[in-house]
Write a protein that binds this ligand. Structure first.
Ligand code: FAD
Length: 414
């Protein structure tokens, strides 16, 4: 059973069904359903969908990204093709993306069930063996894949969360009418020299609509998520001041909020016959909030691990995560934790990175590292510089508690 039919759940169900497994895809929502998101699918996600032969009708191609620093200075981050990913991303509203992926899973043979997974069913030796549903039905299963998002019921029911360690974020999204040709990221100061602990964005959307939002990191304190709402009027005034929007007020339509669980830390991703994928596993980039590519990449790997044999699936999947996502996530989760609560440092980093000369010199490497595109990046000076930054980050964060958590949670025999 796969709980959750977002990008993670639908890709897991699709790969399982194509591999011959009998799979139920359970989601509490009726599709198409909206989801708070910037609606950008990064280059690795584009490549994965291509590999799986899933087309996204109506998706808009976007490539470079502009970062606007606290002083209003801009840097253009190139979106260069790598050896294992293309030089572009897609923009597509989540209502459309998620419905398309779910339909692809159903077409591959997954059985869709519209219901909320409520209470866990006991399996062999007291392990999680399925879920009772809000409809009164029960789904018993050999393997449970938790793809039910940041506030995962599966992770909670399987006892895989250490709440004090989780890095939470909260973000608000609107749909506006200010067209932009490249995605814009705004690092801004709430008062002079004090950086906002997150960032704002204005992304291109389909049919001339823009996607605009503001996200804040709150460490383990979810009550602080309200900061995104409290700062939104000031953020829209800033957007207007830097010339990106016609009005200094939030758009009237499409306001929706959502949680981000970042940097993997605090959620053990697989034990016994329970595997967590996507946001349920905290697989969101702690530097910029991307999670769709990671959701689909982890889901494919989890499904392949299950198809290779359920008994060893958790160990196989942990080993994949150790190799593929943990090196970046462990470093950047530590950096994220170190920066939050230091608004002067946040502001200073934003100013330095967008300072004349500095931004342009670093743009290629910045784009690679920030977007977790080092593995598979094309050879050249940008890649070399990004590799130096990654190595420096690893060394700087090697002794911290976050790194120790990764070593324990992803150990081969945990
Ligand atoms: C405002 C915002 C902006 C973002 N922008 C971007 C972006 O531009 N690009 C990007 O890559 N990432 C972005 N992210 C992150 C991205 O949205 C997530 O990483 C992504 O949605 C993860 O997919 P998922 O399938 O793991 O979870 P989800 O998309 O959250 O899907 C989980 C599914 O599980 C279902 N569910 C939950 N609980 C239950 C239950 N008990 N029973 C049954 N079903 C259940 C839900 O209905 C939902 O359909 C953003 C996040 C936010 C909040």
């Amino acid at each position: 059973v796969v709980v959750g039919a977002g990008p993670a759940g639908s890709i897991a169900a699709l790969v399982l069904a194509r591999g011959g497994a009998s799979v139920a895809l359970v989601d509490k929502a009726n599709f198409p359903r909206d989801k708070a998101c910037g609606d950008l699918i990064g280059p690795r996600g584009v490549r994965l969908l291509d590999d799986l032969g899933v087309a996204l009708p109506g998706a808009l191609r976007v490539d470079d990204m502009a970062v606007i620093g606290p002083t209003g200075r801009r840097v253009r981050l190139p979106c260069d093709a790598g050896l294992t990913y293309p030089g572009y991303a897609y923009a597509l509203p989540r209502a459309q993306l998620d419905a398309t992926l779910r339909q692809a899973a159903v077409a591959a043979g997954a059985e869709p069930i519209t219901a909320r997974a409520t209470d866990p069913l006991g399996g062999d030796g007291g392990a999680l063996g399925g879920f009772a549903l809000s409809t009164g039905a029960e789904v018993a299963a050999d393997v449970v894949i938790g793809a039910d998002g940041a506030t995962s019921r599966v992770a909670e029911a399987a006892g895989l969360i250490d709440p004090a360690r989780v890095l939470w974020g909260f973000a608000l999204r609107w749909y506006g009418a200010d067209p932009v040709d490249v995605p814009q990221i705004l690092l801004w100061d709430t008062s002079p020299g004090r950086g906002f602990p997150g960032y704002g964005w204005l992304f291109p959307g389909v049919e001339g609509r823009s996607n605009v939002g503001l996200g804040v990191g709150v460490l383990a304190d979810r009550t602080a998520g309200a900061e995104a709402g409290r700062c939104s009027d000031a953020f829209f005034a800033h957007l207007h001041r830097v010339g990106l929007t016609g009005s200094d007020r939030p758009p009237a339509s499409g306001r929706l909020g959502g949680w981000l669980k970042m940097g993997m830390v605090g959620t053990r991703p697989a034990e016994g016959r329970v595997l967590l994928v996507g946001d349920a596993a905290g697989l969101v980039n702690p530097l910029q909030g991307e999670g769709i590519s990671e959701a689909m990449g982890s889901a494919r790997a989890a499904a392949e691990a299950v198809l290779a044999g359920p008994d060893q699936a958790a160990a196989r999947y942990r080993s994949f995560l150790r190799r593929t996502y943990a090196p970046y996530q462990a470093t950047t989760a530590s950096l994220h934790r170190a920066m939050l609560g230091r608004p002067r440092a946040v502001s200073a980093v934003g100013r330095v990175l967008t300072a004349p000369g500095v931004g342009r010199a670093l743009a290629g490497a910045w784009s690679i590292y920030w977007n977790d595109l080092l593995d598979g990046a094309a050879p050249g000076s940008a890649r070399r510089l990004a590799a130096v930054a990654a190595a420096a980050g690893r060394v700087a964060t090697s002794a911290g508690p976050t790194r120790r958590w990764f070593d324990e949670a992803l150990a081969a025999a945990s």
